[in-house]
Design a protein around this ligand. Sequence first.
Ligand SMILES: Cc1cc2nc3c(=O)[nH]c(=O)nc-3n(C[C@H](O)[C@H](O)[C@H](O)COP(=O)(O)OP(=O)(O)OC[C@H]3O[C@@H](n4cnc5c(N)ncnc54)[C@H](O)[C@@H]3O)c2cc1C
Length: 455
Amino acid sequence: MTRMNRRRFVKNVALASPILLAPELLAGCNKLKIPKGSYSGKIIVIGAGAAGMVAAKLLTERNVDVLVLEAASVHGGRVLPLNDFASFPVELGAEEVHGHRTRWYQIVKDANADFINEPGENYYFLDSKVQIESKIRNDAESSKALDMVAAMDTYSGGEITAEQYSINNGVTAHVKFIDDAQVGGEFGTSMDRLSFSGVKTSNDLWSAGNNNYMIKNKSLLSVLDNYCSNMLSKIIYDTQVVSIDYSQPKIILTDQNGSTYEADKVIIAVPLTVLQQNSIAFTPALPATKISAINGIGIGAGMKIILKFNAAFWQNDLGSLYSDGVVPEYWPTALEKSTSDFLLTAFVMGSFAEYLSAQGSNAVTLCLTQLDAAYAGAATAHFTDSHIIDWSLQPFIGGAYSFPTQTSNQPRTDLAASVSDKLYFAGEATNTEGSFATVHGAVDSAFKVVEEILS
Ligand SMILES: Cc1cc2nc3c(=O)[nH]c(=O)nc-3n(C[C@H](O)[C@H](O)[C@H](O)COP(=O)(O)OP(=O)(O)OC[C@H]3O[C@@H](n4cnc5c(N)ncnc54)[C@H](O)[C@@H]3O)c2cc1C
């Protein structure tokens, strides 16, 4: 997720010093205490993403008999570094740590992460010129698009899509790409699919803080591995759970090869898409409220295209480039991580991602053409390599991250609710505190579910 309004905050305000943050960090430390209580039965966690890993780590610390079944041959899920493309790990999924008042921020700090100091400026390719934000702010037309970004925190009207809000407020087609990126893209979709009141509700619940942090000296996966080191040996890879029978006292899980596993409780920490696609058959069927929640919350296509060049041709202080066209937003990937790698990340969500996904490898050419327009042909001239991650095609993931739709006002509580004291649900989409679509939201969901089981 790129919480763009929060990114923007960071770009304009120097990062708060660790000394100033100390009281909140202490609060974070307390929050990291493992939940109280115990449990003597067997627990199986399905999915070794951030939520599943943290849940298994906490249960292991409480000496609970726990096993993790992971469909892929790697763990981490949507925390996924690309290791051999540059001199540093390129984050293909989660990249930023959103806010400092979270358990996840504390975990990252405890892993001795170094944060990037200068996230750079927002630039816009508008009227055939690449212009800094302070310049386009003076323009009445662009201001309307930028005002919509601020309205994500202040909107007080009824249910409406972000697209409709933009039309009602006079955002013209000429500058709509700004909101496609900073409103739609930020929430992992396109504006016509996004509930604007849902955005406001989630922003009201958001308590993580407004700063964003990017780590320069390690991957997010290495942080997760470090924190969850006690459970890594409990992961059984290449094991896709295809059915869960919870009709008897013991729960029986079956994998894609027909092997079965027995548990007293199961934590389901798979992406929302897996539940939407009915990839796991439940006996008995899940309650109607759960099914309605699963289908009411949005999740869709999302891609990152990493473009490698033999020289930087963009502004020295570029934080993000917003541009009308196939990709609403690009950012320099190597910012403060390397001076010898020249990379741009194309960040594409919703209908933009569906379009580019259908283009196959031609997507790269389309990106280069778009960048050539902004930088006088320099993108194609300096291009050397690319890597595409298409999250909707990623096995066992199937989409980017969840977002509020017009039918999903309250169902995250239904999605998060346990069933029959046997099935427990964790993962970013189950976060009811406005932190869905984030790693810290997934981590918090794991604490919540473990607390529920142990108490
Ligand atoms: C492009 C992109 C950018 C992002 N940027 C950020 C960011 O900057 N900051 C941020 O905080 N967040 C960001 N996010 C969101 C963040 O990555 C997720 O919210 C978080 O990682 C989700 O963790 P999770 O444990 O809920 O799910 P996942 O990480 O998806 O883990 C679920 C696991 O379940 C496994 N699984 C699926 N089906 C089965 C099955 N049937 N049986 C067994 N295992 C199964 C999967 O293989 C996977 O390992 C981004 C995500 C994407 C895609």
